[in-house]
Design a protein around this ligand. Structure first.
Ligand code: AKB
Length: 311
C-alpha cells in the first residue's frame, strides 16, 4: 500500500518543516498537512491541506478515511510555558489527540504513528548532566506530565496491541523558518531575530541556564531516520541530543558574527521550568540502535541561522 501521511499540527515550528521534508521524500500529494490555522504559502500551495482541530476525534477520522492515511505525525501540542497558564486545556490538547490517534492505530485504520516527546519528561530529581535514557521521571510542569503520560500511553499501546508508534525526546529546537510558540527554550530562536533587528536582546532565562538544544535540520533527520528504521522490540522514547549551551555562551557565539550585539537578563516564570530540565543528555541508545548522529554544533547553528534570517 502506498504510504499516505497526515501531519496534525503542520503549521507549527517543527510541523511546517517536517511537512516540506516529507513532501520532498514521498511526493507532494502523499503528505496531507493539517492544522487549526493556515501555514506559509509554500506549505499551503505545495500539497493537500485540511483545517483540523486536533481535539476533534471525528474530524481526524474523517480526514484519515478521505485521504486513506497510513501514517500520522501528531505534532500539535501546547508547549511548556503556555501550558502552565492553561493546564487543563494543555492536558486536553496534548493527551486527547494522542489517545485518538493511538486508538485509530489499534483499530488498524492507520499503520504507523509518530509522536514527539520532550526533555520536559525529566524533573528536578533527575540527574541533570548526561541525563540517562532510563532515569527518575518526575516532571514539574503540566507539559512534562503530559509528555510523560503520553510516553507511557505509547508504550502501553505498543506492548498490548502491537501499535507501531515511535517517539523522540526533543531538546529545544532552533530554526529560522517558523517561530516556536510558548516554549521555555524559545529564547534560543528569539535571540537571533532580535540580534539582527535591534542588536540587543533581553533574555527571559538567566545567563547560566544551560539547556540541551538541536538545529531543525538535525531534528528532522532524527525524526525521519527513526520512522524509516525497523520497529524496535523494546519500546522506548529515545533521548536525542546535539548541543548544550546557556544564553551567555549563545550570545558570545552570535557576537562573533554580529559584533555589537548585547544581551541583558530578566528571568521570568520560565526560569523555574528551565531549572528542572537537564543540562546535557546521554543519547547513546539512539546512537547505538539506529545510528543517530547530529551534524550541527553551536557555531554551525549560529552561522546558518544568521545567514538565513538575513536573507
Ligand atoms: C519547550 O520549551 O516547551 C519545548 C520543549 C523543550 O519541549 N521546546
Amino acid at each position: 500500500m502506498q504510504e499516505k501521511i497526515l501531519i496534525i499540527g503542520a503549521c507549527g515550528q517543527i510541523g511546517s518543516e517536517l511537512t516540506m521534508k516529507l513532501r520532498d521524500k514521498f511526493g507532494n500529494k502523499a503528505v496531507i498537512a493539517s492544522d487549526i490555522r493556515e501555514g506559509s504559502t509554500e506549505l499551503m500551495q505545495s500539497g493537500p491541506f485540511e483545517f483540523l482541530d486536533a481535539t476533534d476525534k471525528a474530524a481526524i477520522l474523517m480526514i484519515i478515511h478521505k485521504h486513506q492515511v497510513t501514517t500520522v505525525y501528531l505534532m500539535a501540542a501546547m508547549l511548556s510555558a503556555t501550558a502552565e497558564k492553561q493546564p487543563k486545556k494543555a492536558w486536553d490538547i496534548n493527551m486527547n489527540s494522542l489517545l485518538y490517534v493511538l486508538d485509530f492505530a489499534k483499530e488498524k485504520l492507520i499503520q504507523k504513528v509518530y509522536w514527539p516527546s520532550s526533555i520536559a519528561v525529566f524533573g528536578e530529581t533527575t540527574p541533570r548532566i548526561d541525563t540517562p535514557q532510563k532515569t527518575i521521571l518526575e516532571p514539574a510542569t503540566v507539559y512534562g506530565i503530559s509528555k510523560l503520560a503520553g510516553e507511557r500511553w505509547c508504550a502501553y499501546y505498543h506492548n498490548k496491541f502491537g501499535v507501531d508508534v515511535r517517539t523522540l525526546r526533543y531538546p529545544g529546537i532552533i530554526s529560522w523558518k517558523t517561530l516556536p510558540g510558548g516554549g521555555t527554550t524559545d529564547y534560543a530562536v528569539e535571540i537571533f531575530h532580535k540580534a539582527l533587528q535591534e542588536g540587543s536582546y533581553e533574555c527571559f532565562l538567566s545567563e547560566n541556564t544551560t539547556l540541551p538544544m538541536m538545529y531543525m535540520e538535525d531534528a528532522l533527520k532524527a525524526t525521519i531516520d527513526l520512522m524509516d528504521g525497523p520497529f524496535f522490540k523494546t519500546y522506548v522514547s529515545y533521548n536525542v541530543a546535539a548541543v548544550s549551551f546557556n544564553p551567555k555562551e549563545l550570545a558570545e557565539a552570535i557576537r562573533k558574527n554580529v559584533p555589537n550585539f548585547t544581551i541583558t537578563y530578566k528571568p521570568d516564570f520560565r526560569q523555574e521550568i528551565a531549572d528542572t530540565w537537564p543540562q546535557t543528555i546521554d543519547d547513546s541508545l539512539a546512537r547505538e540502535e539506529w545510528n543517530w548522529k547530529h551534524e550541527y554544533d553551536t557555531n554551525a547553528i549560529v552561522k546558518d541561522m544568521l545567514k538565513n534570517l538575513k536573507s
